[in-house]
Design a protein. Sequence first.
Length: 317
Amino acid sequence: MSEQSHQRCHRSNFYYTGSERDCLKKMGKERIKSNFQKSALICAKFLVKSQKIFYNKMSVEEVMTTNQIVRVIPVLKVNNRNVNQDFYEETLGMKVLVEEGALLSLGDASNVEKIVLEESPSMRSRKVEGPKKLKRIVVKVGEAQEIDYLLARKPQTTALYQGANGRAFEVVSPQGDRILVHAEEELESLEPLEEAPLVVVPDDFTGLTAFEVAFLEVNVPDPAQAKKLYETADLTGFVHVKEAQGEDLQLENNVTWDLSTIKVELAAFDVEALRESLGAAVEFVHRKGSFMIAKDTSRIELWFEGKQGRVHISYEP
């Protein structure tokens, strides 16, 4: 090649002006540049693909968790809150978390709300005539030994049981609500027990370390109809309907001292999707989408809200 002639470098598709040595240098630089561009393109394509996979995965996870039930909390309307509070603290070992007006929030050592009592005086509500909507509350305790500690307080039990994990008992609240307390994996393991053995209660025992409301048994005139709504709301595992007949079973939830509301905390709360699925059962949607209220066939409120980071009972308007 001449020193300054316009030449085509062999092994290259590029033309350069200059010596062969300069040409080869430039060819090497172009190859490096070309390889870098190809690598960058491959990386870019990989990143785009990865982002698509990531966002698709996020979408699937969001769909899976949208309106997934985190916790369900029964709200019980009572006549005298103080009398019932003493019962839930002393007999059942529950802890008072929040007091707000007529409402009382109960839980355990985790400070997570599990049950709410709502006081309603006799000029507003009355005693149920016939069977109550709430047939029974089933409470599962985390530490079986703590049931023995509660029994050592000698509560007025209506039934005693021996299970695979320990003792269990049933009591009736001052408002006439039946409550079963156990620590079993399967209720079928419970066998009637004549008398519970007395145990020494630790000085530092003040109440239950952990418990969950496992499920509610609810009396309804038409189980098939009631199940439809609970199936749509994915609540059949928590609300077990039982057939019963009574003149107060379909009254509005503010008339009698009974189960008035079932609070349902949801993950990734999608109020519009839930409103569409529940249809005519929906009676109120908060203007900010904070919560939604539906009513079942027994006029029990189903209060749906997003998972809460703190215990609360009511929302500000």
